[in-house]
Design a protein around this ligand. Structure first.
Ligand SMILES: Cc1ncc(COP(=O)(O)O)c(C=O)c1O
Length: 481
């Protein structure tokens, strides 16, 4: 027993009186029958809340009983009970004190959510405008669902997702993205990230140990494949999408692609390349893994349907509400070819026993009532305006820049004139001015060292036109030294 530590602890509150006295006074005036329990509860709470800090010495039972005007037996009993519970400690001849092991305040959880860097201007891509989240319509959907959902539907759901949601998604994705959608082959997932993990396991189960990934691409998804035991193999792009010769030479039998608006270059995969990729997949008895992460947003180009619609048995298709509603919902969908379906569904079942029912039901209602289409129209309108503001601001403040990938999505690629390079100096200068921006080189698999040319992936969806203009002005000012 660590009497020494307790002996050195303050014996009073520093005001000349016993701390416990004040804390326990209300409990001491409880009705006689409840007085003992009240005293114990008050003492316990005082320790738990930190009002009595670890190490604080309590008065002798005789003194405290006299102070509070209660029998000494009640105090002795309270001390014994709380000692047994670990709140107090006592030693022969050393009195009673607050146990050191009891924490004064509950530990606080750390927040590991990725946050914007708190920059003066933040052009890092990936986040939509979260203030456009349709709170009223979503709250109405949640209320309705809570009122209407039968009790039995609160049990474990179908691991593929609620049948009604899969039906609604099949209609939505066929109509909006030209997907061939059999509701029996849709799996509701917690985002493209989970779809990636499930596909990784399904490929592994078929004996595949490598998967092609676009270079430049999205390195965080590569890690998910690697965790499933499938090694990502970078495959370069050309002007039409994934370059065929390197793909053939890579030896992979599955390749991940973002054909609507390649991440990050913004290239729209050409019709010819789509057909070539499908031919390749058939020739190796393999798969294309289509990530349609921002396919809902296009501005001034004809709609390009999903690759999956051309051959649903060779293409797995994944999408989510992360760009259209909010990434925090963690809600998405995966359409799987028959050859991968059983493994994907079984993995989803063992991973989490299905997606949360209330969220699925709310989203079903949201889609069925046309709220999702309304949300997409609203976002499309806002993002087109922001895209225009960004292109105009780049023209004004970085004359001679080339801007590409602008016809769709939530980011563009800006290639600045030579005079702004090299890249490292540019990035150092703008960072010092409080402007956050990601270079295209950060998405490349092979590091090429400091580039003479500055190529940026500029996200704009989360910024108002005014903030875009001001941010680009700031960037130009900083870049000019
Ligand atoms: C290429 C790509 N795919 C998919 C996503 C979305 O992932 P999730 O649906 O898991 O939020 C992102 C997110 O920024 C992305 O950059």
């Amino acid at each position: 027993m660590d009497v020494g530590q307790a002996g050195s602890a303050p014996a009073s509150d520093g005001r000349g009186g016993s701390v416990a006295w004040e804390v326990l006074l209300p409990a001491a005036s409880a009705p006689a029958r409840a007085r003992g329990r009240s005293l114990q509860a008050a003492l316990r709470e005082a320790v738990r809340s930190g009002r009595l800090a670890p190490g604080t010495r309590l008065p002798s039972s005789r003194d405290l009983a006299a102070d509070l005007g209660v029998s000494r037996g009640l105090i002795t009993e309270a001390y014994e009970q709380l000692t047994a519970e670990g709140y107090l400690r006592s030693g022969r001849g050393a009195g009673t004190w607050v146990g050191g092991a009891v924490r004064a305040a509950p530990p606080r959880a750390r927040d590991l959510a990725p946050r914007p860097p708190g920059a003066r201007a933040d052009f890092v891509p990936g986040t939509p405008d979260l203030s456009l989240f349709p709170r009223t319509a979503w709250a109405a959907a949640q209320r309705a669902v809570l009122a209407e959902l039968p009790h039995h539907e609160l049990g474990y759901p179908d691991p593929r997702g609620l049948p009604r949601l899969r039906t609604a998604l099949a209609e939505l994705l066929a109509r909006r993205r030209g997907v061939v959608a059999d509701p029996e082959r849709i799996v509701v997932v917690s985002g493209v990230a989970q779809a990636t993990t499930l596909l990784g396991f399904a490929l592994h189960a078929r004996g595949l140990r490598t998967v092609g990934v676009e270079d430049p691409g999205s390195p965080q998804h590569d890690d998910l494949y690697a965790a499933a035991g499938v090694t990502p193999v970078p495959v370069p792009l050309d002007g039409e999408g994934i370059a065929l010769d390197p793909l053939r030479a890579s030896g992979v039998r599955a390749v991940v692609t973002t054909p609507a608006h390649q991440y990050p270059t913004g290239i729209a995969c050409s019709a010819r390349r789509r057909a070539e990729l499908l031919d390749w997949a058939r020739s190796v008895d393999g798969f294309l893994l289509e990530d349609d992460y921002d396919g809902d947003f296009r501005y001034d180009r004809a709609p390009v349907g999903a690759l999956q619609g051309l051959d649903p048995e060779r293409v797995a298709y994944a999408g989510s509400v992360s760009k259209s509603l909010a990434p925090g919902l963690r809600l998405g969908w995966l359409l799987v070819p028959e050859a991968l379906a059983d493994e994907v569904i079984e993995r989803k079942r063992t991973m989490d026993l299905g997606h949360p029912t209330l969220d699925q039901a709310a989203f079903t209602r949201f889609v069925e009532r046309g709220d999702y289409d309304r949300q997409l129209r609203r976002c499309q309108h806002a993002y087109r305006e922001r895209r225009d503001a960004l292109v105009a601001a780049l023209e004004e403040h970085f004359p001679g820049s080339r801007v590409s990938g602008i016809a769709a999505g939530l980011h563009v690629i800006a290639t600045l004139p030579q005079r702004y390079g090299p890249e490292e100096r540019f990035l150092t200068r703008v960072a010092a001015a409080g402007v956050a921006v990601r270079p295209l080189s950060a998405c490349a698999h092979a590091r090429t060292g400091d580039s003479a040319e500055v190529r940026l992936v500029v996200g704009y969806a989360h910024l108002s036109p005014a903030r875009i203009r001001e941010g680009i002005r700031l960037m130009a000012e900083a870049a000019s030294g």
